[in-house]
Design a protein around this ligand. Structure first.
Ligand SMILES: CCCCCCCCCCCC(=O)SCCNC(=O)CCNC(=O)[C@H](O)C(C)(C)COP(=O)(O)OP(=O)(O)OC[C@H]1O[C@@H](n2cnc3c(N)ncnc32)[C@H](O)[C@@H]1OP(=O)(O)O
Length: 205
């Protein structure tokens, strides 16, 4: 039995996860096409607004949604990194190591491009902040990110499977240290050291 809290998103066939996947495909297609869709832009924008209007009609009140999205299972589905129901999430696929480590894999496409053919550095920070945070949750001592130091060793390629790791390094009262890496083809491209602080009072209380 593994006593660590689960941090992986429950995968479902169909449902909202399919809608989010379709939305990711739209984003990818728009970035890929660029000016090639300029002549159809009016029709395309109208069609997409029509879809958004239909979804908005079904949405619950915003305040209710902000609360429910942070419930334990819901936050795993809706966060912007591995949340399968959040179209902004690449999504990173998380696996939980037996030793408490967290690992993830993801292949990023054009919407995440920084330098030509490579991942935007802010996206690396997003992935590492999240995976270090998940490693802390798994370890049973988690907090808010207070400081995240990244070292960019080499450019991170698009269209190749990336491996993201995170582990809790030490706990000193409310201060929690965690480290992690992003690797491509077995080479570490980005490494991170994070300081997380457990707030005196939980957020929102
Ligand atoms: C399954 C679910 C999936 C869901 C997904 C779950 C994973 C998500 C992970 C993502 C995590 C985030 O992005 S969190 C969002 C981004 N982060 C934030 O918004 C945090 C904003 N900052 C804050 O709220 C605050 O500054 C805190 C909470 C970090 C600290 O405030 P505080 O609680 O008042 O702490 P304070 O008493 O001042 O300091 C406590 C100790 O920490 C040190 N300390 C505090 N801040 C710093 C700092 N930046 N750099 C160095 N040291 C610092 C102090 O010197 C002190 O050391 P000493 O004197 O005791 O030695």
């Amino acid at each position: 039995m593994n006593p660590s809290p689960a941090v992986t998103a429950p995968v479902q066939q169909g449902g909202v996860q399919d809608v989010a996947a379709a939305a990711r495909r739209v984003v990818d297609a728009i970035v890929r096409a660029g000016d090639a869709i300029a002549a159809q832009s009016g029709d395309l924008a109208t069609a997409l607004h029509g879809v958004a209007d239909r979804i908005d009609l079904a949405a619950p009140p915003l305040a209710e949604r902000m609360t429910t999205m942070w419930l334990p299972v819901d936050s795993r589905l809706h966060n912007p990194v591995n949340g399968l129901e959040n179209p902004l999430a690449p999504p990173l696929e998380i696996t939980e190591g037996a030793d408490g480590d967290v690992a993830g894999s993801v292949t990023l496409g054009l919407p995440y491009q920084g330098p030509p053919g490579h991942v935007h550095g802010g996206i690396s920070a997003l992935l590492l902040d999240h995976v270090l945070g998940l490693a802390n949750i798994r370890a049973g001592n988690s907090g808010m990110t207070a400081r995240l130091a990244l070292t960019y060793h080499r450019p991170l390629p698009l269209f190749e499977e990336l491996s993201v790791t995170g582990r809790q390094a030490s706990v000193d009262g409310r201060k929690i240290h965690a480290t992690g890496t992003i690797s491509a083809d077995g080479h570490v491209a980005v490494s991170a050291e994070g300081l997380f602080v457990r707030p005196r009072a939980e957020p929102g209380r």
